[in-house]
Design a binder for this molecule. Structure first.
Ligand SMILES: Cc1cc2nc3c(=O)[nH]c(=O)nc-3n(C[C@H](O)[C@H](O)[C@H](O)COP(=O)(O)OP(=O)(O)OC[C@H]3O[C@@H](n4cnc5c(N)ncnc54)[C@H](O)[C@@H]3O)c2cc1C
Length: 396
């Protein structure tokens, strides 16, 4: 791996995550994949190692020290090398904490973030609904003000950490007549009367991660849980995606690196035609392409994370979208090629590699599909070009 100029603290965080991934996660990854159980023992280990604090600012019980995104990326990558599903227990909580960090008041940050930083409670983020996926503006869950409460009604779908997390940042309509302009972000705590969960989804990959429906039926939530002002829900959500997409990119990067490592190892050990298959140029070229893709992706993902941490006032939307889209497409390609390196054994569940291919797929879908990322990148690119042209002085 190249020297990416990580600070001593970032290297320590990465090494700690790597140690836990190798010693605690790798040995149990296949079992969690099979059972689909939520990995509470691993969550406790991550919490004891303070890793849930790496994405929370120091003033609220965390250890981010100005490096929130980079820390999150490093840990997500390391954990995903061992298991992309278990890594989501960590990354999903970071996602849930983000709206509070972005739009929460000082009092709300003090109330919710320290428990997420310590890993005592997990966070989750809920935007998607059965009829509102890519078109998030079509959400229908309402939160109508009634005295000093909001009354929530509606259903959120496929929420990562659903049922296991305790602090949910939910995007709702506080003024349904205004459509997306009437959306707001609000924190709903597990255990609030009228808040229940649907069945756990049976997924293709990331099976150790819990995905459930959130159901709100006349659920009364204190008005003091509203994040920011009414009507700013989509501003919070868009700023969240700016910060969180590099996390999905890091998950994809880790999955790809994990698959590449297994493929190289297998190619050295597997013999055909009287020689290791790694000695055949055709296979070496394949491994070389995989390695180039992984390292190029790492450079983009780390640069994006560093940019977000060091330039908090500049919107990184185009780079976050690029990192997410590029990394997840790369992960799909590299994990598919890794299965190829294993030949027929790669197709068998007894071998660890097919899981990486299944886990990689989701990174092209959630937090905005890659079609949506490309659309956003294209729009910004063209918008900037047009704006730049109109700013150019007229030629004589
Ligand atoms: C395992 C899992 C975990 C998830 N976790 C969460 C979570 O924690 N919180 C949360 O809020 N959501 C979560 N989601 C939801 C996820 O973000 C959505 O699934 C995703 O945004 C896509 O929405 P959709 O599935 O409804 O697809 P659709 O929007 O129905 O899209 C269907 C197809 O049409 C394409 N398409 C749609 N619109 C366009 C367009 N304008 N241009 C080009 N192509 C388009 C899409 O790319 C896709 O290929 C999760 C989903 C899964 C599967």
């Amino acid at each position: 791996m190249l020297d990416y100029g990580l600070t001593e603290e970032q290297r320590a965080i990465r090494d700690l995550a790597r140690e836990i991934a190798d010693n605690e996660i790798r040995p149990v990854a296949a079992e969690y994949d099979r059972t689909g159980e939520f990995p509470w023992p691993i969550v406790k280990t991550l919490a004891a190692a303070d890793l849930f604090g790496v994405f929370i600012d120091d003033a609220y019980g965390g250890i981010a020290n100005g490096s929130r995104t980079m820390n999150m990326v490093l840990v997500a990558e390391e954990l995903s090398k061992a298991c992309g599903g278990i890594a989501l227990a960590f990354a999903g909580s970071a996602l849930g904490a983000l709206p509070i960090q972005i739009s929460g008041s000082e009092e709300q940050k003090q109330r919710f973030l320290p428990d997420i930083a310590s890993g005592k409670r997990l966070g989750a983020f809920a935007l998607t609904e059965p009829n509102a996926g890519s078109d998030a503006g079509g959400i229908r869950t309402t939160a109508i003000r009634d005295g000093d409460h909001y009354v929530l009604n509606g259903t959120k779908q496929w929420i990562t950490g659903g049922g296991e997390a305790e602090v949910y940042s939910v995007i709702v309509l506080t003024n349904p007549a205004k459509g997306p302009r009437g959306a707001s972000a609000i924190v709903v705590e597990k255990g609030t009367p009228g808040f229940s969960f649907g069945k756990k989804e049976d997924k293709m990959g990331i099976r150790a991660s819990a995905t459930r429906e959130l159901i709100f039926e006349d659920c009364r939530v204190p008005a003091e849980n509203l994040l920011g002002r009414e009507g700013t829900g989509f501003i919070t959500a868009m700023r969240l995606f700016d910060a969180s997409r590099p996390g999905v990119a890091a998950q994809a990067l880790g999955i790809a690196q994990g698959a590449l490592d297994l493929a190289v190892d297998y190619a050295i050990g597997r013999r055909q035609f009287g020689a290791p298959v790694s000695s055949f140029q055709g296979l070496r070229f394949l491994l070389a392409d995989m390695a180039m893709r992984v390292e190029a992706t790492r450079a983009l993902v780390y640069a994006t994370a560093r940019h977000i941490d060091s330039c908090p006032k500049v919107r990184p939307t185009i780079y976050s979208a690029m990192a997410k889209c590029f990394a997840s497409d790369m992960a799909m390609q590299v994990t598919t090629d890794a299965v190829q390196v294993f030949g027929g054994y790669g197709y068998m569940r007894d071998y660890p590699i097919e899981k990486y291919m299944r886990d990689a797929k989701i990174t092209q879908i959630y937090e905005g599909t890659n079609q949506i990322q490309r659309d956003e990148i294209g729009k910004i690119l063209i918008g900037e070009h047009v704006a730049g042209r109109s700013r150019e002085p007229a030629t004589v």
